[in-house]
Design a protein around this ligand. Structure first.
Ligand code: AMP
Length: 283
């Protein structure tokens, strides 16, 4: 496994790999790897013969006051896990290598960011779309793998890839959960034991909504009310949003007569958690 630190070296490596006729599959992450990331690597290795993992905590997707500085990092542990999964290259640049002091070019979408997480994190998806564009230009992948855990991010990357004609296949991977249902996240490490119990209410409320829909509930407002009740039963929880929306446009949906996305974001103590589920109506 090779560790590459600069964009220039990564581009040269990608070019050489392509010349050898190999298919590059790319898994971008911010590191502190868990089973969710590993499932992306495993899925990725089925779609090509050269697996590149990036580890980069991207400053432009964090707003002032968010957890950029304190975001958990453990490169040695990540490298060992990556090697075990058969990663060929870890691309791990320094911030200064990707962002010059006079950096001023951003990629932003018109509509998809105006929902869900974009409402409370108005500059987040501009940062995500920009870094993913840069990484696509540096890693030159044939395919790239993203988790459905960050549903809106995946939707934005699919749209951006289509709109900007990136010749890259985007592969989505289902959410990997702890045995008790909590969606795996690098940020779960922030949770104290009682907060972890409170955090279980995210998955519980999604599962309850799925049951309600299966047994004939068609009103989004009822699902949202119930989820809010389940989550608010824990004093350490503070709801950012609970939304039922169209899985493609992310526009709110009132009547559930087709599959819909239920998505939520909750602050548990200082830790902001997100989760989602596509709900399928009865029949
Ligand atoms: P992050 O390191 O949090 O930026 O995540 C890197 C990639 O891993 C993104 O595509 C995430 O959607 C994906 N990911 C994170 N957590 C999970 C999870 N629990 N299940 C599946 N994919 C995940």
């Amino acid at each position: 496994m090779e560790i590459i630190k600069t964009a220039k070296d990564m581009q040269a490596h990608a070019e050489k790999t392509r010349m050898q006729g190999k298919t590059i599959v790319f898994v971008p992450t911010m590191g502190f790897l868990h089973e969710g990331h590993l499932s992306l690597l495993r899925e990725g290795s089925r779609h090509g013969d050269h697996l590149v993992l990036s580890i980069f905590v991207n400053p432009t997707q964090f707003a002032a006051g968010e957890d950029f500085e304190s975001y958990p990092r453990d490169f040695e542990k990540d490298a060992a896990a990556a090697q075990k999964e058969g990663v060929d290259v870890i691309f791990a640049p320094e911030k200064a290598n990707l962002y010059d002091d006079d950096f001023e070019t951003y990629v932003s979408l018109e509509k998809l960011p105006n929902h869900l997480c974009g409402l409370s994190r108005p500059t987040h998806f501009r940062g995500v779309a920009t870094i993913v564009t840069k990484l696509f230009n540096i890693v030159k992948p044939h395919a790239a793998v993203f988790g459905e855990k960050d549903y809106q991010q995946l939707a934005i990357i699919r749209r951006m890839t289509r709109d900007l004609n990136f010749d890259i296949r985007i592969i989505g991977v289902p959410i990997v959960r702890e045995p008790d249902g909590l969606a795996m996240s690098s940020r779960n490490t922030y949770l104290a034991p009682e907060q972890r119990q409170a955090a279980l209410s995210l998955y519980r409320s999604l599962s309850e909504a799925q049951n309600m829909v299966k047994t004939g509930e068609t009103r989004a407002t009822r699902l949202i009310e119930e989820a809010r009740r389940t989550i608010s039963a824990f004093p350490e929880n503070s709801i950012d949003y609970v939304t039922v929306c169209d899985p493609d446009t992310l526009e709110d949906v009132a009547l559930i007569d087709r599959p819909v996305l239920m998505a939520l974001a909750v602050r548990v103590g200082k830790c902001r958690l997100i989760d989602n589920m596509v709900l399928h109506p009865a029949g």
